[in-house]
Design a binder for this molecule. Structure first.
Ligand code: ARG
Ligand code: ZN
Length: 875
């Protein structure tokens, strides 16, 4: 049954305190939960109490110490109902029996490499005990853990440690943790195991001493330094920028190797996919270092945006996720180059969120209905949600935005609240009506903004005609105009921005035009000669911009725009125009040449010393095959896309081979390795240059790449070289893979990269290779990272092979989805979303994709997760 936002009802009962005693054992863990329950004002006395469960086995139950009769309650694996609960307040004691070892869904309590851990968001707590498992039920938790001391010397739960000791001479011991902050059940966590501890300290701005710990498997301690450093910088930054301080005596992070998502912000006890904790130069890339910094920050920032202030219901997920992504993006921008970070974030948005918003899985930032909430931890909720917060800041200005946030923290601390309440704070702080702005939360689909310009020589006026429209979205009939902030500049012939002043009759704030109608005309007066319009600077709104710029204007912007984002965008637009044209020609069987402008623009980027290395590296990334397919939009032939892209890559390499070669040499920083942004930028540029050298006709190109691989002293350089050797079928690819395997076989995160490199290799032989890798001794279908590194990367990172003309790529993924679904529905349904753009393929391929989807759909015992995705994808 669908859950609907409009059906929201406050809970009939409250649970003030939760006292848990968990006796841990691998296949028989006993959980005793004492819940103090109060009937809410307004709830009719005698209203039945319905608690959520999932796969639970009830051992016993008492109500105020009394064993109820069989006619007083009903217990099923997914529900516990008390028909007539006692008066106002009562104590319910529940004993449940769990099997952590058999828990392959990795929701609730499970074991990862022997360590007990939990994942409760969104609805995992109900797999531990019966509960009102919804985010608007806030309780104070006390957790007592008991386990064998040898197997589990470390016992952790939320909050502060208040007691610990041995349990007689049984060989078992206990620890009691108390979290004074009321919280919803999804933030509950416990961990028990034999783990190493990496400690540090932090003193808050008001002088509290916080103990920081990162727990990892023994032997991995020296890969935690970067994560700890990132945590300390996050804590300081949140104080300095948002005035937000930590609020417990201890902050613990645990890294586990089997985890469905990235990480989880459980109060005082964050649990992480170890991929977002562990790093050293030998095994982690610069991208890994940057991701760790961002995810550590993200989870830490949730302490205020998510935990202190949480969501009333799961429709409000973006209240915590969009805002927290915005905060982690700002943090990374302050730690690194703001322009480079913005480009990276927009690339991610366009490659993940835009296709989601344009396909059958489109949904508003705040969905109105869902079948399975786990399927809504999406790029739309997270990334578009962050863009909406960013637009709000642009619209009302930095000061009002800050005042609004301060008001939000003050007014809603301790609440489980809504988007309306959040927006009300900004509306008050800025004295402005945000009703129309709130459409960003309600309407799915990416608005298309069209911009046309006209210069009138006689009247010296420059007119910008703007319009907006959301293309049809499933289940969304008439969309209404949104409020779209368009940062802009009018650039004169010398490359400087004109000082335009506010044009008649429009809302303009500083350098931002506000488009809030379907059509709008803006006229600038006293413009001496025709300027070039640089629009959507900094990507000020998550829209597709359809601007009629001439080739000359694009070349001009690529060279002159003072906004680094739009300079980068102009380069990308030129590349994309060429790639779309070349794809069309390839398809017709014509051999067309790339445009000389494109080649020249790349040459300018290469030699422009005013751009830092990271920015130059970004500008040299050709649009991906998926980006090109998205731009083409329908009747896509991935082989033609691949051919066209390779053709352009070779043409660029042919024209600038010598420069690339010298950059590859000179940009490479010399050791010792440092993960800082500037060094990472140098490596990015050098490796980007090498990717062109690889396809140049220069003598010894293949040897250069091989040497780079063999001599690499860090993972960034090693994996870039390996990828070129394998993807471009240069010299000795099998030998390179074998060398890598030997070097990294005991490090599973490094091995994920080995699987991924092979799964994303273009070429018909990859399919058989991926099938073979599924039986490789190091393949583990129970480890989500490994499944994603082989199958998710094949399905999303290898367009020609996933969408093979014979349908075998679709078949492989469909069959894998069915295998995984039995074990771990969340991982399976995520893999299934890789079909989301199937209707955009050419008729033959889309028919084959549909056959594969129908095969998944015909499977009767599909999980709710996968059923939801397959139904929506086919609808
Ligand atoms: N709140 C977590 C984060 O943003 C994500 C957890 C999602 N987990 C899930 N099973 N749906 O970092
Ligand atoms: Zn989050």
């Amino acid at each position: 049954p669908a859950i609907r936002l409009e059906d929201y009802q406050p809970p009939a009962y409250r649970i003030g305190t939760v006292d848990l005693r968990v006796e841990l054992a691998p296949s028989e863990t006993i959980v005793r939960a004492v819940l103090s329950i109060t009937r809410q004002d307004g709830t009719h006395p005698g209203t039945p109490l319905e608690l959520d469960g999932d796969d639970l086995a009830l051992v016993s139950l008492t109500i105020d110490g009394r064993v109820p009769g069989q006619d007083e309650f009903n217990a099923a694996p997914d529900r516990l109902e008390l028909f007539t609960p006692p008066a106002e307040s009562f104590e319910l004691e529940l004993v449940t029996r769990l099997d952590p070892d058999a828990n392959t869904k990795l929701m609730g309590l499970y074991r990862s490499s022997g360590t007990y851990c939990t994942q409760c968001e969104a609805e995992g707590f109900r797999r531990i005990t019966y509960f009102l498992d919804r985010p608007d039920v806030l309780s104070v938790y006390t957790t007592r853990l008991e386990a064998e001391k040898d197997a589990c010397p470390v016992l952790l739960a939320n909050g502060n440690l208040i007691e610990e000791g041995p349990l007689g001479d049984s060989g078992r011991h206990f620890a009691v943790w108390h979290d004074p902050h009321p919280k919803p059940a999804y933030l509950f966590a416990l961990v028990a195991g034999d783990l190493a501890r990496v400690p540090a300290r932090f003193s808050t701005q008001s002088g509290n001493e916080i103990a920081l710990n990162i727990y990892v498997e023994h032997g991995k301690e020296d890969r935690c330094a970067w994560a700890m450093d990132s945590l300390i910088r996050s804590m300081r930054w949140d104080e300095e920028v948002f005035g937000l301080e930590y609020d417990l005596d201890v902050f613990n992070i645990v890294a586990v190797s089997d985890f469905n998502m990235g990480a989880m912000e459980n109060k005082g006890l964050n649990i992480f996919n170890d991929k977002y904790v562990l790093a050293d130069p030998e095994t982690a890339t610069d991208q890994d270092f940057a991701n760790i910094e961002a995810v550590i920050a993200h989870e830490y920032f949730h302490n205020w945006t998510g935990n202190r202030i949480t969501c009333r219901d799961w429709f409000q997920l973006c209240l915590k996720e969009g805002l927290t992504v915005f905060r982690d993006q700002e943090f990374s921008s302050d730690m690194r180059s703001r322009a480079v970070k913005r480009i990276a974030d927009v690339r991610l948005l366009k490659s993940h969120q835009f296709p989601e918003d344009a396909g059958p899985l489109a949904h508003p930032v705040r969905p109105r209905t869902y079948h399975e909430i786990n399927n809504f931890y999406t790029a739309t909720v997270y990334e578009k949600g962050a863009e909406v917060v960013r637009m709000l800041k642009t619209l009302i200005g930095d000061d009002a935005f800050k005042a609004g946030l301060d008001l939000y923290f003050e007014r809603h601390d301790g609440d489980a609240t809504t988007i309306e309440a959040f927006l009300a704070c900004f509306s008050e702080a800025a004295s402005t009506n945000l009703d129309q702005f709130s459409r960003w939360y309600e309407q799915a689909g990416t608005p298309v903004v069209t911009a046309e310009t006209d210069y009138d020589e006689g009247s010296k006026t420059f007119t910008v005609s703007l319009s907006q429209e959301i293309p049809p979205v499933p289940g969304q009939k008439n969309s209404k105009p949104a409020v779209i902030p368009l940062r802009f500049g009018l650039i004169g012939a010398n490359g400087n921005d004109l000082d335009t002043g506010a044009p008649e009759g429009t809302r303009l704030q500083g350098d931002v035009l506000i488009l809030n109608k379907a059509h709008q005309k803006i006229t600038f007066d006293n413009i001496e000669s025709r300027p070039v319009l640089s629009l959507l600077r900094g990507f000020s709104a998550p829209v597709r911009l359809n601007q009629s710029l001439s080739q000359d204007e694009l070349v001009f912007l690529a060279a002159k725009d003072s906004d680094p984002f739009n300079r980068w965008q102009a380069v990308q637009t030129l590349l994309m125009k060429d790639l779309v044209r070349l794809t069309g020609e390839t398809r017709q069987g014509n051999r067309a040449a790339p445009s000389s402008d494109t080649i020249a623009v790349i040459g300018n980027v290469l030699t422009d010393a005013s751009l830092d290395e990271a920015l130059r590296a970004q500008a040299l990334v050709l649009p991906s095959e998926a980006d090109i397919a998205q731009e083409i939009g329908k009747n896509v032939d991935p082989d033609a896309v691949y051919e066209a892209r390779q053709q352009l890559r070779k043409a660029i390499a042919g024209a600038h081979g010598a420069e690339f070669q010298s950059i590859a040499k000179s940009a490479m920083p010399n050791g010792p390795f440092s993960p800082d942004a500037a060094s990472a930028g140098k490596r990015a540029l050098a490796n980007r240059a090498l990717s062109f050298v690889a396809v140049s006709e220069l003598a010894g190109a293949a040897e250069t790449i091989w040497e780079r691989f063999a001599a690499a002293y860090n993972m960034t350089d090693r994996i870039s070289a390996l990828t070129l050797l394998v993807h471009d079928h240069l010299a000795k690819e099998e030998e390179a893979l074998a060398t890598y395997l030997k070097r990294h076989e005991s490090n599973s995160l490094a091995m994920d990269k080995w699987f991924m490199t092979q799964a994303t290799a273009p070429g018909a032989e990859t399919l058989a290779k991926v099938r073979a890798l599924k039986t490789h001794p190091l393949y583990d279908a129970g480890n989500p990272n490994r499944v994603r590194s082989l199958l998710q990367s094949f399905a999303t990172g290898n367009p020609t092979q996933f969408a093979r003309g014979d349908g075998a790529g679709f078949e492989l993924v469909a069959e894998s989805v069915l295998e995984i679904d039995r074990r771990n529905p969340q991982v399976a349904s995520r893999l299934l979303t890789s079909f989301r753009s199937w209707r955009a393929l050419d008729p033959q391929r889309s028919a084959l994709a549909e056959t594969a989807l129908l095969r998944v759909s015909s499977f009767e015992n599909l999980s709710r997760d996968s059923r939801d995705i397959v139904d929506r994808t086919l609808q």
